[in-house]
Design a protein around this ligand. Structure first.
Ligand SMILES: C[S@@+](CC[C@H](N)C(=O)[O-])C[C@H]1O[C@@H](n2cnc3c(N)ncnc32)[C@H](O)[C@@H]1O
Length: 281
């Protein structure tokens, strides 16, 4: 079998199982097992494929057929301007979370050395992207999941930042150190009912610890706001992501805890997605 036939085989197989991105996914999986770039794959379509490569390709197609996210199979996800290692122990970084990075970078000049905290760091995508672009800042990142934290550390090392970010395996409830200029967070914010209705690729594969947030979806956001009151300096900023229909209650909780709302940023679908607030006392 040559690469072209293998590609057609994979595309048809994924199409039959109603994977929307069937052509792209077949191409990515074949390039991955062949250790080719996509460009190199396309100029080698007439070449005969080795048995071992075909075998691995079929194994990966089988995983994708069961709706496993492509990022977990390829073990990588692009976020901001960088690549991150991912596996089932961390949430796959989402494009809307880049809003947090974008907004924070607008607030810190290249030369400044602010103190930052990333709460629920997961793969480390937020804080690593920020520190790559603002290397004079000091950062800590916490996560309750030891497995997630190990991945964040691995990603920091991959980006040569292992000595620049302090990773701490701790529950946000128990974290009391330091005073920060900025706290960033993409919190778990899915309520119990929505959790059951999530698409299969998310519900069956991504860590529920990264998603579930109790009956009203605010279990973590409440803790985050309360803790940020203690951990931020006066005039320090809390920047965090919210889910669908969480804008009003988040604003209420922030105001009730002495925060001023600076800005609500919308995502590509024009849904409110990131809140920027300032601790006023
Ligand atoms: C929505 S994920 C965000 C991951 C990553 N920051 C991103 O944006 O892709 C939330 C993270 O919070 C962590 N987490 C959940 N409960 C926590 C707690 N009580 N204290 C600290 N981290 C927690 C989860 O392990 C998970 O990695």
């Amino acid at each position: 079998m040559n690469y072209l036939s293998a590609l057609n085989f994979g595309t048809n197989l994924l199409k039959k199982t109603k994977i929307k991105s069937h052509s792209l996914d077949a191409e990515l999986l074949l390039a991955y097992v062949s250790k080719f770039s996509r460009e190199k794959l396309l100029i080698n379509l007439n070449k005969k494929i080795k048995e071992k490569i075909l075998y691995n390709y079929k194994l990966n197609l089988k995983r994708r057929k069961k709706n496993e996210p492509i990022a977990y199979i390829l073990k990588t996800k692009e976020f901001w301007r960088y690549s991150f290692y991912v596996n089932k122990n961390v949430l796959i970084p989402r494009p809307e979370t880049e809003i947090i990075v974008e907004e924070l970078l607008k607030k810190i000049s290249f030369e400044s050395s602010k103190k930052l905290l990333d709460v629920g760091t997961g793969s480390g995508c937020i804080i690593i992207s920020i520190i790559k672009d603002r290397p004079k800042c000091y950062a800590s990142a916490i996560d309750i999941s030891k497995k997630a934290l190990n991945i964040a550390k691995f990603n920091a090392k991959m980006h040569h930042l292992e000595n620049k970010i302090k990773f701490i395996n701790i529950d946000i409830d128990k974290y009391i150190h330091n005073k920060y200029d900025f706290i960033v967070c993409n919190p778990p914010y899915i309520n119990n009912i929505k959790l059951k209705r999530l698409d299969e690729n998310v519900r069956l594969y991504e860590p529920h610890l990264a998603l579930k947030a109790g009956n009203d979806g605010f279990d973590f956001i409440r803790k985050l706001i309360f803790k940020s009151k203690i951990l931020l300096k006066k005039n320090g900023k809390l920047i965090f992501e919210i889910g669908e229909k969480q804008e009003e209650k988040s604003k209420y909780l922030l105001n009730n805890n002495g925060f001023y709302i600076d800005k609500i940023c919308k995502d590509m679908n024009l849904n409110p997605r990131v809140i920027i607030s300032t601790k006023t006392f």
